[in-house]
Design a protein around this ligand. Structure first.
Ligand code: IPM
Ligand code: MG
Length: 427
């Protein structure tokens, strides 16, 4: 639209130039003296040049238009995965398309395989092509992987191995999982009112590519029986980098960090504690404390309001984030971001692939949609757009729409697709 007056002028100039040429040609027919005829030829050539110039600038404008008109262009690797993965990711992409349209961005999606569907098609849970596409993208959006179909496969061939491999290949060492008790979903919270108090609003920063998940392991036979072990190892720098993410997060929130370990038993935890205490000195404005993991598991259901940011190692973080999500009502509401040193991130709901309800339009797409919002905020620096999605989700919940997992009396139950549509309508 902006170019319309320019186009109009160009059009008028072209028509005038063509008319003039026609006029000159007609005059040339009548002039017999070679000198004026020569001058007229000159004018004709000049006019021709003007016409060619205008046509070329018009064509160039058209070619550049496609690049110029977007505020931002981003490439997103999309892993729909298994079970409910495809349904929930489809809704998140609908929401992203709505955002792109409203804010004049361009999101290009690159679908890739990982997990069970990758095993079915390529024999491995994480094809090299998936790693390559993800590494070249601006961010990765993931649904969920795994299911009973692949449960009997050996450990290194399981769908989950694909997820761990991708986290490792992309160097995503910090996994951020917010747990916020939404007042409109207070009924879904399993804790008593007096325990919830003023609410729950915490963030777990989980170390994601170290510890027992990535340590040396073995299964062998000794003295006629099977024996297996896994090892938990952390280096000073691995702890330091994730601790810094937690302290920086805390500064944007309520400035409180609780580091969770098992330093009364494990060497790896004693190193963890030593390093986090050292890093804490660089953030004197942030209130800091240590907590043992068993105590933390208890405190989450005894007094969850005491936590702002929790930072912990991989395995403890896996367990505590399921607990932290459940106390807010439904695991189907919690998004997550996995971040590394650069802007590239992997965004996924923290719930699994729920094969029991897959393909039935029953899944809750909100965790994936909120994961897409985190992607806009953390990888693309689009705070306004992210907030727009979060507000839209809130409006839909306030209007009483619920998927089955968060359904309560007096609300209107909707399917996965309708929930996605309702959120889009509120953007
Ligand atoms: C999670 C999941 C994964 C994990 C599984 C699927 C490997 O439980 O993201 O919390 O343990 O990290
Ligand atoms: Mg988990």
């Amino acid at each position: 639209m902006k170019n319309s007056p320019k186009r109009l002028i160009q059009g008028v100039v072209l028509i005038l130039a063509a008319l003039l040429m026609f006029l000159f040609l007609a005059m040339l027919e009548r002039v017999s003296d070679p000198l004026p005829k020569f001058a007229l030829y000159g004018i004709l050539v000049a006019l021709g040049c003007v016409v060619v110039g205008i046509v070329m600038s018009f064509a160039r404008g058209e070619a550049q238009k496609k690049e110029r008109t977007y505020n931002m262009q981003k490439t997103i690797a999309v892993i729909k995965g298994d079970g409910i993965g495809p349904e929930i990711v489809t809704e998140a992409l609908k929401v992203l398309d709505k955002i792109a349209e409203k804010y004049n961005h361009k999101f290009t999606y690159k679908p890739v395989l990982m997990g069970g569907c990758a095993i079915d098609e390529t024999d491995v849970p994480l094809p090299q092509q998936t790693i390559d596409v993800c590494q070249c993208a601006d961010s990765v959006l993931l649904g969920a992987v795994g299911g009973p179909k692949w449960d009997s496969l050996p450990g290194d061939k399981r769908p989950e191995k694909g997820l761990l491999g991708l986290r490792g290949a992309l160097g995503l060492f910090a996994n951020i999982r917010p747990s916020h008790l939404n007042p409109v979903l207070a009924d879904a919270c399993p804790l008593k009112d007096e325990i919830v108090g003023d609410g729950i609003d915490l963030m777990v920063v989980r170390e994601l590519i170290g510890g027992a998940y990535f340590g040396k392991r073995e299964t062998f036979v000794k003295d006629g029986e099977k024996v297996a072990y896994d090892t938990t190892q952390y280096s000073d720098s691995e702890v330091e980098r994730v601790a810094r993410v937690a302290f920086q997060m805390a500064r944007k929130r309520r400035s409180k960090v609780t580091s969770v370990d098992k330093a009364n038993v494990l060497d790896s935890s004693r190193l963890w504690r030593e390093v986090v205490e050292r890093v804490a000195k660089d953030y004197p404005d942030v209130e800091f404390s240590n907590m043992l993991v068993d105590n933390c598991a208890m405190q989450l259901v005894r007094n969850p309001g005491q936590f702002d940011v929790i930072v912990t190692e991989n395995l403890f973080g896996d367990i505590l984030t399921d607990e932290a999500s459940m106390i807010t009502g439904s695991i189907g509401m919690i998004p997550s971001a996995s971040l590394g040193a650069g802007n590239l991130g992997l965004y996924e709901p923290i719930h699994g692939s729920a094969p029991d309800i897959a393909g039935q339009d029953k899944a809750n797409p909100i965790a994936t949609i909120l994961s897409a919002a985190m992607m806009l905020r953390y990888s693309f620096d689009m705070d306004v757009e992210a907030k727009n999605i979060e507000d839209a989700v809130q409006k839909v919940l306030e209007a009483g729409y619920r998927t089955g997992d968060i359904m309560s009396e007096g609300c209107k139950q909707v399917g996965c697709k309708e929930m996605g549509d309702l959120i889009c309508q509120n953007i």
